[in-house]
Ligand binder design. Structure first.
Ligand code: ACM
Ligand code: ZN
Length: 507
């Protein structure tokens, strides 16, 4: 049966039920009715709330279909399973069976970067709507980076007035920008909630903050004016750790964002922090000496924990990219998102999970990053990654879930956005939901059987036949992507990159 992600258990019975997916169903949940032909209490296809330890149970008998779940969300999951079973024709004899289903992980996410390129509300909603069909339950929204700040914060208006616009992209000379108003964020958050998806907002700190610093230069170490970045790579103009007004600004941003985003998780970034400016800043030096710090990682740890303490006032749980563990002092409440591919980081994350009881989101860049071409991160490679493998079996209990990030340095068109996301993200949807055990041929077969759901919504995707290129094509795609990345980098990137591992300050 073509169900993706694969359900926990299916018990096959005798007979079948003639089903049309445009027939009415008995439900009082509007989004479920909207997936089919509407609502009718007399329909033999019924969605019923009741006690069960499963996420949902979907029973098909010759007389009808009954979906049972303890929550509306479980009923929605049953509905998308039924929609997949109905198939492309939408009219079929459903084999009598009972599906017993539950997710492996609580967190199943995709991420979009709307900073490197901005995408409008309708595009974000279309992404959310399509993700919900595959039981994703979070969208990580990367809202602040060197190339753009994408929210309106009333008390800090230059963040959108200045921080959301840049003069061009990689020398094209075409001004570009965009931000979401509070009403638009509400529209996105509400639309996602109707589909049982929560939006995890990210303000990447303290690095990747050149757009913030362009809006408010006094928040940087030097205080000198700068522009929103037009090139990619690593930038050194970042937030100062020693100026109290930085933390006051964060408090304002977190307060207004907490009102916009009800999700308990709130991403604070923490990746790729160039430390050049800190290493010669008198205000950073004052913190360093006062706190008796031993290296610049500890200074990042000081900054991050201070930001976390502000965030906690608003009842949020912080999420940080895994570099934030390097300080050895990261607040114990923080969830870590594992993305780097080096052994030392994997060991650090595994230790944090096994010894500190920390929770982790698996997002290993290779192969989960969707901005890379299929030749670098193939569908098969994404499917075959066993989330617990990299960190060791004993880390399994600490894995909160999985996420496939989509960075957009080189993606400016909506069609390209979706073609990078689908169908590979569905391998991650399966990793997040289904019980362990891999069978790629079976996955590919089921995948082909559910892509009609994307066709129906005009969601572009790469044909499955192109998702696992051979050796030569893969090498060519990887080389072309590497070149594009390299050419898009700011000239100072290499120096700034090196300063990410700068240990000792000059002061
Ligand atoms: C990242 O890819 N810099 C988190
Ligand atoms: Zn400073």
């Amino acid at each position: 049966m073509n169900i993706l992600p694969k359900p926990f258990r299916i018990d096959v019975a005798e007979g079948s039920f003639a089903f049309r997916s445009d027939a009415k169903v008995a439900t009082d949940i509007p989004v479920i009715a909207s997936l089919f032909g509407g609502a009718d209490a007399a329909s033999p296809v019924r969605f019923v709330k009741g006690d069960t330890e499963w996420d949902y149970v979907l029973r098909i008998t010759p007389k009808g279909v009954t979906a049972l779940a303890a929550t509306d969300e479980g009923l929605f999951h049953a509905a998308v399973t039924l929609l997949q079973l109905a198939g492309e024709a939408g009219e079929t004899d459903l084999p009598a069976c009972t599906v017993y289903d539950k997710p492996r992980y609580a967190y199943r996410a995709g991420m979009i970067d709307v900073c490197r390129h901005f995408f409008d509300v309708d595009t974000v909603k279309k992404l959310i709507d399509s993700m919900a069909l595959f039981k994703f339950n979070h969208l990580h929204f990367h809202l602040s980076d060197d190339q753009g700040f994408r929210l309106r914060i009333d008390a800090l208006p230059k963040l959108h007035q200045v921080g959301s616009e840049r003069k061009g992209t990689c020398g094209d000379g075409k001004p570009t920008g965009g931000y979401y108003t509070k009403a638009q964020i509400k529209e996105i958050v509400d639309y996602a909630a109707e589909r049982y998806i929560e939006i995890v907002p990210e303000i990447d700190l303290p690095g990747h903050t050149r757009a913030i610093v362009a809006a408010y230069p006094e928040l940087s170490c030097s205080g000198k004016p700068t522009e929103v970045a037009s090139w990619f790579g690593i930038h050194s103009k970042i937030l100062c750790t020693g100026k109290e007004k930085v933390y006051e600004a964060l408090d304002v941003i977190f307060r207004e964002m907490s009102e916009m985003f009800p999700c308990k998780l709130f991403h604070l970034g923490g990746d790729e922090v160039a430390k050049l400016e800190w290493a010669k800043c008198p205000d950073c030096a004052a913190v360093y000496k006062r706190e008796g710090l031993k290296n610049l990682e500890e200074l990042q740890g000081y900054f991050t924990n201070k930001a976390i303490n502000i965030l906690k006032k608003y009842g949020k749980t912080p999420v940080l990219w895994n570099e934030a563990l390097k300080s050895d002092v990261l607040d114990e409440s923080a969830v870590v998102q594992y993305w780097t591919t080096d052994r030392a980081s994997a060991e650090r994350v595994a230790k944090a999970v096994c010894e500190e009881g920390r929770r982790v989101v698996m997002s290993r860049c290779n192969p989960y990053y969707l901005d890379y071409p299929c030749g670098t991160h193939s569908l098969k490679a994404m499917y075959m990654l066993e989330p617990a493998e990299e960190l060791g079996k004993s880390a399994e209990a600490g894995i909160l879930g999985v996420e496939c990030p989509l960075w957009t340095e080189h993606i400016s068109e909506t069609e390209e956005l979706f073609r990078h996301f689908y169908p590979r993200a569905l391998a991650v949807a399966e990793a997040g939901w289904s019980a362990p055990g891999k069978d790629y041929a079976d996955f590919e077969e089921r995948l082909k059987g559910v892509l009609f759901l994307l066709d129906r919504r005009d969601v572009p995707y790469i044909p499955v036949a192109e998702c696992n290129p051979g050796k030569i094509k893969s090498a060519l795609q990887t080389a072309a992507f590497g070149l594009k990345m390299q050419r898009g980098c700011d000239p100072s990137s290499a120096r700034n990159w090196r300063s990410m591992s700068l240990k000792q300050p000059k002061f």
